[in-house]
Every structure is written in C-alpha cells, then in structure tokens.
Design a protein around this ligand. Structure first.
Ligand SMILES: [Fe+2]
Length: 258
C-alpha cells in the first residue's frame, strides 16, 4: 500500500494507460470513407462465414507520454505498441492496419520490435509519391509530414513501436477523425509470391506514382537506436532535439527530392 505523500509527483501526473484497442476485419471494412481494399466481397464473405479475425492490437501509451513544453502550449511525445497477428487476408493483402493520414502537424517514427513488416506510405500530390519497403527488427521509418501510412504483416506475427507528437496528452484513438474523415490513399499492398508490391486501387489517378523502395528515413538524420528506450529514458533536451530535427526535415521536400 502506498500513502498519498509517497507518490512521486511525476507519477501523479501520468494519466492511466488507455485500454488496448483491438482492430478486426470488420473494423477495416467498416471505415466510412472507404475502405480501400483489394476485394471487399472476398473479405465480407469471411465475415458472413462467422469469422472476424483480429488484425492487430494497439496499446496506446505503452510507455508513458513525455511532455515537450513550448510557446504554443504543451505537446507530447507518445508511444504505441502494435502487435499484428500476421498472414495474408482473403483478398491477397497482408494482414494490415486500417491506415490513416497523419495530421499535418504530427511527427511520427516507427521501429520494428519483432517480426517483419511492410510499410506503405504516400502523399496526395500528382503524381503521387509512394514508399513501399520491408522492415525487420530494429529498422526505423519516418513518416513524412501529412502522409498516409499503413502497415502490413504478411510473413507472420510482428510488433511495431511508434512514437508521435500529439497535443492530446492522453486517451485512446479518435476513431472517427483517424479512419472515417478522409478517403484513404488509393494504393494498397498486394503479394507477388512472398514479396509485397504496391498496387493502384479504385480512384488512383491515371498518372503513375513515383515509387520509393528504400527504407523511408532521411540520409544523415540520426534517430534513436531504440525508440522505447528513447521515450522512457531521454532527457528533455533530447526529446526536444528529435522534435526539432524532424520538424526541420518537414520544412524540406523530403522525400520527394530524394
Ligand atoms: Fe500515424
């Protein structure tokens, strides 16, 4: 038992961790603005057959948020741990996240903890620039500011940790704003044998996209070796420095100029 005066003041300000969020096939198909999937009837047939497989489980604030005080008010680094069940779905896509457009002000970095994933990211310019690359344990990826991104895990279970800046210091996902407010990127991931490929979906522009195939992180930008350790152990100056370097990157045309 702990008495009130034994509670560390920092602990006292950490909000409770939100409940884990489980996303199933029905959540993917239920996205109001889409969804962009390869074959919706094939996926609906799975549901009609009485199966609603878990695609992934997200633990928001897997490690406590870290505040970044600034002139515009409080900002936080937050960290999520997402576990993908893995495999290939009935429409030939990897077991995947629903995918979303990042808010324009948000900075986000991914790191694979275990397993292998494929990340599809893209913008809404014409021609579109899209990035499709495979990532293994320890690999990191930076989401360009305002881009769409989704994660696939076709080769089996995989775990990804991501950090992102947020004005909201607590709470679970704003599902309506994140998944239902804007039509998804009209490209998706298909499997060609054992390898993922980017494929245009309904609504893709006639102009072919520029496809980037390397890991999406800028040359010369040092990232923490371990994002979880960074979130839990970095000092205030390090937390602010990463935000500033990523924000500076966002002022450039990266990765379009690559
Ligand atoms: Fe995101």
């Amino acid at each position: 038992m702990r008495f009130v005066d034994e509670v560390d003041q920092d602990d006292a300000h950490v909000p409770p961790r939100p409940a884990p969020e489980t996303r199933r096939l029905s959540d993917l198909l239920g996205a109001a603005t889409g969804p962009v999937v390869r074959d919706a009837p094939a996926l609906r047939a799975v549901l009609r057959g009485g199966d609603d497989p878990v695609l992934y489980t997200a633990q928001r604030d897997a490690d406590p948020r870290r505040p970044l005080p600034g002139p515009a008010g409080a900002l936080y680094w937050r960290g999520d741990l997402v576990e993908y069940s893995g495999g290939v779905m009935a429409d030939g896509e990897p077991v995947r996240s629903i995918g979303h457009w990042n808010p324009p002000e948000q900075l986000e970095v991914f790191q694979v903890v275990s397993g292998r994933v494929v990340l599809l990211m893209g913008d809404d310019a014409t021609p579109a620039t899209i990035s499709l690359a495979e990532y293994g344990p320890g690999d990191t990826a930076v989401v360009p500011r305002g881009w769409f991104h989704l994660t696939g895990a076709p080769w089996g279970p995989a775990t990804v940790f991501n950090i992102y800046t947020d004005r909201r210091g607590a709470g679970g996902t704003d599902v309506a704003g994140k998944y239902h407010a804007r039509a998804p990127l009209p490209y998706l991931i298909a499997m060609s044998g054992d390898r993922p490929v980017a494929e245009p979906a309904a609504g893709a522009p006639a102009v072919p996209p520029v496809v980037l195939t390397g890991h999406l992180r800028p040359d010369g930008l040092a990232l923490p070796d371990d994002l979880r350790r960074f979130l839990t152990g970095a000092g205030p100056a390090e937390l602010a420095d990463l935000r500033e370097r990523l924000a500076g990157l966002s002022a450039t045309d990266w990765p379009r100029a690559a």
